[in-house]
Design a protein around this ligand. Structure first.
Ligand SMILES: [Zn+2]
Length: 345
């Protein structure tokens, strides 16, 4: 049997490694389960009603998933219950994790996060905080940058994004440890505003081109500045380029060779087979891409039953492609298309 860490060790970790004050540990109602080796983080609705606990694995245990949820809990906005007491002109930092949010709140800086992590964000949450001054401060990695862009898409009027300079670490907490509160405050204050057009909005291609231009200009400036953040900007530029490519592909609409009238009807029927019945589609329409290996879903399934992989493939797919892939059918082989269509209609 392994020796359990003591409550004092947990508290020292929260205070010294996670920069959460003793008062905040109490305020947030953090529960330390010494026996179970877990930290219980209570999550509340905007009206203050308790929703569920999110559990974080002990930092001394490297096995198994980092987070666990009570069954039946769905993603929520962590810190939503504090919004009603907040002044309109106050900044709200959106972080990737609850502990980052609590570190900022320990300094008197209001912060919220999605209990679902960097891949999950709801439009309703943006509406809850848009009257304040939101600033996104996600982790300094690919998933963090892509998550930040996804959140930004839900603020049509534009939103600030604070990029943590890589030399200060990968998230707001590490920036606090290495740069101090002053440095992190500066990063947040200097955050630029970005207008990231949501998918399916009018004039998106034009707006994306403007965004790309802004990022490219900032990258130039960042390269010249020793404290610059070209890495994030590279991720962000890649993201916009992929979106632009997708926008163009969608405009063109795919055409599959010449087909007879009957064949095209059968083709349309097969294509109408719901993608969500072929693969597991999660919140926001995202799934794991069946065409490349990934752990973070980047395969978006759209309401008109097509899908686009924003990951390695950067390509559009339909039910026929997906069915063929799942069943190891090579569509270029003779008779393969008929076989897939027969299976889907
Ligand atoms: Zn893919």
């Amino acid at each position: 049997m392994s020796t359990k860490e003591t409550r004092e060790e947990w508290i020292r970790w929260l205070m010294e490694s996670r920069m959460i004050s003793a008062a905040m540990i109490i305020d947030a109602g953090l529960g330390i389960d010494v026996e179970g080796g877990e930290l219980a983080i209570p999550v509340y609705a905007p009206d203050g009603e308790f929703l569920f606990h999110k559990y974080r694995r002990s930092p001394w245990n490297k096995n198994g998933p980092k987070y666990r949820y009570t069954s039946g809990s769905s993603a929520a906005l962590y810190g939503a219950e504090l919004l009603k007491n907040l002044n309109k002109d106050e900044d709200i930092v959106i972080t990737e994790g609850e502990l980052d949010a609590l570190a900022l709140r320990s300094l008197g800086q209001m912060a919220v996060s999605s209990t679902g992590g960097s891949g999950t964000w709801r439009e309703e949450w943006s509406q809850l905080i848009t009257a304040h001054k939101p600033v996104i401060c996600y982790d300094a990695d690919l998933a963090g940058v892509e998550g930040a862009m996804r959140v930004a898409m839900t603020f049509p009027q534009g939103v600030r994004i604070a990029w943590i300079p890589p030399q200060y670490g990968k998230d707001p907490t590490e920036a606090l440890v290495s740069g101090g509160a002053g440095k992190l405050g500066e990063v947040i204050q200097c955050a630029n505003t970005y207008k990231v057009p949501a998918r399916g909005t009018d004039g998106r291609l034009k707006a994306l081109s403007a965004l790309l231009k802004q990022f490219v200009t900032e990258r130039k400036a960042a390269i010249a500045d020793p404290e610059g953040t070209p890495l994030h900007l590279n991720f962000a530029i890649n993201w916009v380029e992929k979106e632009i490519k997708h926008e163009k592909v969608t405009e063109e609409r795919p055409v599959r060779g010449p087909v007879s009238g009957e064949m095209s009807e059968r083709l349309a029927a097969a294509r109408a087979y719901p993608i969500k019945d072929l693969i597991k589609v999660g919140r926001g329409g995202f799934a794991l891409c069946p065409f490349h290996t990934e752990t973070t879903p980047s395969f978006q399934v759209y309401r008109d039953n097509h899908a686009y992989c924003f990951g390695g493939c950067a390509k559009r797919f339909d039910s026929i492609d997906i069915y063929a892939k799942l069943n190891n059918i090579d569509l270029s082989q003779k008779g393969a298309m008929k076989k897939v269509i027969d299976a889907l209609i």
